[in-house]
Design a protein around this ligand. Structure first.
Ligand code: ADP
Length: 265
């Protein structure tokens, strides 16, 4: 591509040709670099559980299977690692579906408070920690046109993170505000927070503030990247604010008036 353009430059003029070439290459290089990084990340994330499993299976084959103390423990590790790989592959499939241009949202008109309360209830019933839930939802009804399954995944992921990082006795606050044309949803925790320079990166694929900790908690580092794609597909935006050591708030918006058409199709 570059050679072709330089010939055209000689015959037809310098500036136009040069601008086009530079632009094309930078975009293409950026995409290539991202793709290479992504493949490297995926390989690394898969290799880690696989090498762990290999060494535990080797130990079992070498005789550990006969030890009633050790064997169940080693089998447990291989099971945990298998489950992690399944989660990872499932997350990768979700991302690749969102990446392909034919992403289909199965949209329905949903009253947001009812929808949101139901998800919060589910977490409140099943949570094992001593964490207090506080809801600040509007008293009016707001109808949004959303894909309920996809948005449930987004909210599940944000709440799971909030719980993961909450201290015992902490509070998770759920807040919804209606703004001009969109709902602003906030989910806040009083956890460890995220250092300022890393806050924006948490929506990047495979980014974790503390890799070892995220892994120990079963994370794949893809949850928020998937959430971001899903919110963007709904015409919203998602971002985070955090005070290191104090807590984190995840914000996202959802358009709730479709009268202007455009955005929804
Ligand atoms: P995972 O939780 O699987 O590691 P996510 O994409 O859900 O991946 O989150 C990316 C990273 O963002 C996490 O590893 C963590 O470091 C940080 N993070 C997300 N939510 C919170 C939160 N509520 N408090 C502190 N850190 C968070």
């Amino acid at each position: 591509l570059r050679t072709n353009f330089s010939v055209i430059q000689k015959e037809t003029g310098f500036v136009n040709g040069l601008i086009a070439v530079l632009h094309d290459n930078t975009e293409q290089e950026k995409i290539d670099t991202e793709r290479r990084e992504f493949v490297a990340n995926v390989s690394h994330e898969l290799r880690t559980p696989l090498t762990t499993m290999r060494s535990y299976l080797e130990a079992l084959a070498d005789g550990a299977w006969q030890d009633p103390e050790i064997a169940p423990n080693f089998l447990n590790v291989t099971q945990t690692e298998t489950e992690r790989m399944i989660r990872l592959v499932n997350d990768l499939l979700k991302l690749s579906k969102m990446d392909s241009s034919d992403t289909e949202l199965n949209k329905e008109m949903v009253e947001f408070n009812v929808f949101f309360n139901r998800i919060i209830d589910r977490f409140e019933m099943s949570k094992s920690q001593d964490v207090h839930f506080e809801r600040q939802l509007p008293s009016e009804s707001y109808f949004v046109e959303i894909d309920p399954d996809k948005l449930t995944q987004v909210i599940d992921n944000i709440i799971s993170n909030a719980l993961k990082y909450s201290p015992e006795g902490g509070k998770v606050r759920f807040k919804v505000n209606a703004q001009e044309g969109f709902l602003l949803v906030q989910i806040s925790d009083q956890g460890m927070g995220i250092p300022k320079e890393n806050v924006e990166k948490i929506f990047d694929r495979f980014y974790r503030v503390d890799r070892a900790r995220s892994r120990a908690m079963g994370g794949t580092g893809l949850g928020l990247a998937i959430s971001k794609e899903m919110i963007l597909a709904h015409g919203g935006v998602i971002w985070a604010e955090s005070k290191y050591g104090k807590g984190t708030t995840i914000f996202f918006t959802l358009p709730f008036e479709a009268d202007d058409g455009g955005e929804w199709e």
